[in-house]
Each structure stands twice: as C-alpha cells, then as structure tokens.
Ligand binder design. Structure first.
Ligand code: CA2
Length: 146
C-alpha cells in the first residue's frame, strides 16, 4: 500500500477559528482536516493530519515521516521563521516537502519574510486559507508520483 501524505501543523494553529479570523479565516483546524480528508479520498491517498505546539514533537514527526510518508505538507507556523532545528530535520527528509501558509507571510511583518523551511521545500503555497492546504495536498501527491 502507498505510504500516506503527512500534513503537519506547528504552534498555535489549534487556535484557528477562535481568534484573528481577519488574518487566518474562519475555518478551524478541524474544518481544514475534514476538507483534506475529503480531497485525499477523491485522490485515492491516505493522510496523517497532526498539530503540535512543541518544536521537538514536530521534529520527531518529521523524522517519523522519513520512513512512513510519501510526502509532507507542512505549515510550520512560527517555527518556520525561527527554527534551525526544524531546518536540520527537514534536510534529512527525502520525501517531497510542500510548505503551506494560510496567510501570505511576505505581505505581513518583516520578521515573517525569513523561512527556514522554504529552501528545502519543492514549493510553497500561501495566502489562500484552507485552499492553501488543498493545493498543497494536490502538489504533494503529484510530487510523490502517485
Ligand atoms: O499563515 C500561516 O499559516 C502562518 O504559518 C501562521 C502562523 C504565523 O506565525 C506564520 O507567520 C504564518 C501563526 C499561527 C497562529 O495562528 C493563530 C490562529 C488564531 C489565533 C492566534 C494564532
């Protein structure tokens, strides 16, 4: 059986739909997971969808994905702008990596312009809310050659 696509989410994304809907939209992370599951079933792939507020746990999941995932869709959230450890973990990943963001970081504060993830990603999709994830999943499946 083909390996699942891992869809991994970094810190504070559990708060989606609760605060700052003008930036991140009204969808909760549960809504995004449901939409991804629906698209995965249309595409005939499995997904593993997770969120963590802890840098080490996110790194553990990326290491797990080295063995178990056909591709990784990652919203690193704030860690994308700060984490060399996340960059190092992603460097060891052979599967295709798609970086996604709900908002468009390049159009926001200057500190959001740095990404430690982008240099390792096959591509980045940002600014489209929930649709960023759906496009990211489609890109991941295509990049994984399924
Ligand atoms: O636009 C994105 O998806 C981000 O990855 C979201 C991160 C932000 O640090 C990145 O620059 C862009 C923040 C996630 C926190 O989400 C919240 C949602 C509701 C209320 C508070 C935070």
């Amino acid at each position: 059986m083909t390996k699942p696509v891992y869809i991994l989410n970094g810190p504070n994304l559990n708060l989606l739909g609760v605060r700052e809907p003008e930036i991140y939209g009204a969808d909760t992370l549960g809504d995004i997971e449901s939409a991804c599951a629906e698209m995965a079933s249309e595409l005939g792939v499995q997904i593993v969808f997770r969120q963590t507020n802890h840098e080490g746990e996110l790194i553990d999941w990326i290491q797990e994905a080295r063995e178990k995932a056909s591709a990784v869709v990652l919203n690193p959230a704030g860690y994308g702008h700060t984490s060399v450890a996340l960059h190092d973990a992603l460097k060891a990943l052979d599967a295709p990596l798609i970086e996604v963001h709900l908002s468009q970081p390049a159009a926001r504060e200057h500190f959001r312009r740095r990404s430690y993830v982008s240099p390792l990603a096959a591509g980045t999709i940002s600014g489209f809310g929930k649709l960023s994830y759906l496009l990211g999943l489609e890109a991941a499946v295509s990049a994984a050659g399924k």
